[in-house]
Structures are given as C-alpha cells and as structure tokens.
Design a protein around this ligand. Structure first.
Ligand SMILES: C[S@@+](CC[C@H](N)C(=O)[O-])C[C@H]1O[C@@H](n2cnc3c(N)ncnc32)[C@H](O)[C@@H]1O
Length: 317
C-alpha cells in the first residue's frame, strides 16, 4: 500500500511535538538522517482488528497495542522461527501477532490478571497455528534476565517489541454516564483493576519512577537480546494538565542509557487514510474529543491522536 501523506492539522488542535519538557535525546542528529516511513495500521478500527482472536476479558486493559502495529513491527524486524519478546505484554497482543507470523513468543507482565488473559489469548492463537510455541511469565520485568534464564526456547531472543505504560495522566477506560448513573469515571487507571503490583511502572504519579523503571527493563532487554537484534517500541507524546510530555524522548534516553543505538523511527497511523478525499480520519472516542475540546477552550494544548511513534533500536555490541 502506498504510504499516505502526513495528517492535515485539524482546526482548534495542535499536533506539534515541540515544547517538550524533557531532555533532548542524545541521538537527535543521527535520527535527523534516518528515514521516516508511515505505516497504514489504522485502515480497520482496532476493535475489528481483534475480532475473534482475543479473549473478551482483555477488553478492560486500558492501553492495548493495536494488532496491526504489532504485526508490522514483527514482520519488519524478525523472520519466521525467531523468538520475539514483549517484556510488558499486557493481554499479549505482540505474542498473538508473533504466533500468527510463526515466531516463538515470550511475554512478561507483572499483573496476574493480564497474564491470565495473555495466556488464554496465546493458547487460542496456538490452536489455530499448530507447531508454534510461546510462554507468558508473571514477573517484574525489572528482573528480566533472571526471569527468562530458564525459559524453554533458550536465550538470546531475536527481537524485543513492546509498548511501555505511560504516567497516570493518560491511563484509564472511561465508563459512560449510562453505566455509572450520571458520572464519567475511569476504570483500571493504574493498569490493574485491584491493587497494582509493587513493580508496576505506572503506579503513583512520579515520572522519575517511570523513567528509572524503563531504564532497568531496557537494560534487561539488552542482556537477553542477540547482538544485531532490534528493540522496537511504540510511544507517543501526551498532555498532562495542558503541558506536553515528550514521552518518545524519555524512551529514547532510557534505551540509549541501556546501551542501545537509536536507528529508525516510523509513524504508525491511528487513523484511516481515505484515498478518495485525501484525508486522515483518526479513530478516537467522543470522550477523547471532548477532553481535547475542553483543553483547547481553556487555552491549553490539545492533541487529537493520529499516529504513534515506532522507535527502533539496535544492539550493536
Ligand atoms: C501499555 S501496556 C502494554 C499492553 C500490551 N502491549 C497489550 O497489547 O496488551 C504496559 C504493560 O506494562 C505492564 N507493566 C508495568 N510495569 C511492569 C513491570 N515492572 N514488569 C512487567 N510488566 C509491567 C503493565 O501491567 C501493562 O500491562
């Protein structure tokens, strides 16, 4: 499929990623030379991308990756028969897409409730793809190398694909006024319907805790990945109290600190490109649009999400 041109900015919103409040990544010059490609991962709504392949119990996870994004990352950066690891696997989207692409799937998540769903999803995918293999560990990924030391396929892995949790500002599934009798509430706002695991990176409101946790998880990924293998991560900027947080820059800094080289960046569309009217239509909820409108009306920054950054790192030594 031909890559569509970038989204046209919509009236009343800003898609600028400047003005970030975090440190500039070390490799910004190298990235300026790399090629940006746009992946048409939003031609079908995310709910439809999961149709018949995923257990309903995963619907309450607040930040699932879109299956087409996971599929594109796996197909670009690994080959059939290779081992793909997601150290923060949630309900297992990366694992399911890995098995469907005939890769060996390994997943880790610290929340038992998501691990149960990921195991159910993985079992279902393996039934329809005989001869494939996969394991999900319930563990704190800050101890990744120890967790994977005894896994059946052996180390190293060939590819790491993941989407880290964001700070609490963006967590949560809004529940409609009809369900809650008038109020709009956010459920699973800390990546757990009950008490979160002590290692949960999205626990509390500290950005520093999130960054430190990411750095140790990426350190473990560097240890278990083969030399020359890639770590591919989705991230997007978000607003917190009207201020832009450049989360991709946080991820880049943590990955570089862990020893990875930042090699490429792609844009995975969260929107449908309509060839006939040459327009991008973002798949957003009315809840999200209402939030953006309120921010803009209050003179703050509002972003209608149309893409997610796909950040690519390589283990070169
Ligand atoms: C953005 S979600 C990943 C969603 C996943 N890609 C999917 O499609 O379901 C981030 C996940 O990281 C997990 N997580 C947070 N801290 C963790 C830690 N220390 N170790 C392992 N998993 C962790 C959360 O429980 C959450 O499920």
């Amino acid at each position: 499929m031909r890559a569509p041109p970038p989204a046209r900015p919509r009236r009343g919103t800003s898609t600028s990623s400047s003005g970030a409040r975090c440190a500039r990544p070390k490799s910004v010059v190298a990235v300026a030379r790399s090629e940006l490609s746009i992946w048409a991962t939003g031609q079908v709504q995310p709910r439809r991308q999961r149709d018949g392949l995923y257990d309903q119990a995963g619907a309450v996870h607040p930040a699932k990756m879109w299956p087409r994004i996971a599929q594109s990352m796996i197909e670009h950066y690994s080959s059939p028969g290779e081992a793909v690891l997601d150290p923060m696997c949630g309900i297992g989207t990366v694992l399911i897409e890995a098995v469907r692409a005939r890769r060996h799937a390994l997943g880790v998540d610290c929340e038992a409730e998501w691990v149960d769903v990921a195991r159910a999803n993985l079992a279902r995918a393996r039934r329809t793809h005989p001869g494939t293999d996969g394991t999900v560990f319930c563990a704190d990924a800050r101890n990744l190398a120890a967790t994977l030391a005894d896994q059946p396929g052996g180390l190293p892995v060939d590819l790491v694909v993941t989407s880290p949790p964001y700070g609490p500002a963006v967590h949560g599934l809004p529940e409609t006024a009809r369900k809650t009798g008038g109020k709009i509430v956010r459920r699973a706002h800390r990546y757990a319907t009950g008490k979160p695991h002590p290692g949960q990176l999205a626990r509390g409101s500290s950005q520093k805790r999130l960054r430190t946790g990411l750095a140790s998880i990426f350190g473990g990924c560097h240890t278990v990945l083969r030399r020359g293998g890639h770590m591919v991560i989705t991230a997007r900027p978000y607003t917190d109290k009207g201020e832009l947080v450049d989360f991709p820059a946080v991820v880049i800094a943590a990955a570089e600190d862990a020893g990875f080289a930042y090699t490429d960046r792609h844009a995975a569309l969260l929107a449908r490109w309509d060839e006939a009217d040459q327009t991008l239509y973002p798949h957003v909820t009315l809840f999200h649009l209402g939030n953006v409108r309120r921010q803009v009306e209050a003179g703050k920054l509002g972003i209608v999400r149309a893409h997610e950054d796909v950040l690519v790192f390589r283990k070169s030594r």
